[in-house]
Design a protein around this ligand. Structure first.
Ligand code: HEC
Ligand code: HEC
Length: 88
């Protein structure tokens, strides 16, 4: 491999890393689970640590396409709490 090609690879890698860092920085941050009456039962479950299993199923009871649709392109798998912190 000649010198120019090696250098080109180097620039490509550095560029990709920089782009990724910028994208992460400017990405919309997920809002926290609100500490209101609506979410009190959910937050209480998290506080008691009955294991956060089952808690995320509760989210879907209200945050469903029928009631409160999530924004388009928003993930719908059950991993709500990994992105939305729930502070009891
Ligand atoms: C009893 C119904 C109900 C349940 C269960 C519920 N939510 Fe909500 N959620 C709401 C309603 C209604 C709103 C909009 C009004 C508000 O902020 O309370 C909302 C708003 C939100 C918001 C937006 C807050 C903001 O600042 O824009 C997030 C994030 C959220 N919920 C996450 C969750 C997660 C995660 C769970 C499961 C752990 C969950 N919710 C369970 C009813 C519910
Ligand atoms: C990969 C991370 C991620 C996961 C997983 C995730 N969310 Fe979100 N959520 C976000 C981000 C980022 C936003 C803010 C940008 C937006 O509105 O799309 C958001 C916004 C929201 C909002 C506010 C919507 C509005 O109209 O203001 C609600 C409610 C919500 N999420 C609920 C949930 C629920 C319920 C789950 C589980 C099914 C969940 N989220 C899983 C990242 C995530």
């Amino acid at each position: 491999m000649n010198r120019e090609r090696k250098l080109w690879h180097y620039y490509a890698v550095v560029g990709a890393v920089l782009l990724l860092a910028l994208l992460t920085f400017f990405r919309q941050r997920p809002p926290m689970v609100p500490r209101d009456e609506m979410h009190r039962p959910v937050l209480e479950r998290v506080a008691v640590r009955t294991g956060s299993q089952g808690v995320e199923e509760m989210c879907a009871e209200c945050h469903s396409p029928q009631q409160i649709p999530l924004p388009s392109g928003h993930p719908t798998d059950g991993k709500c709490l990994t992105c939305h912190p729930a502070v009891p």
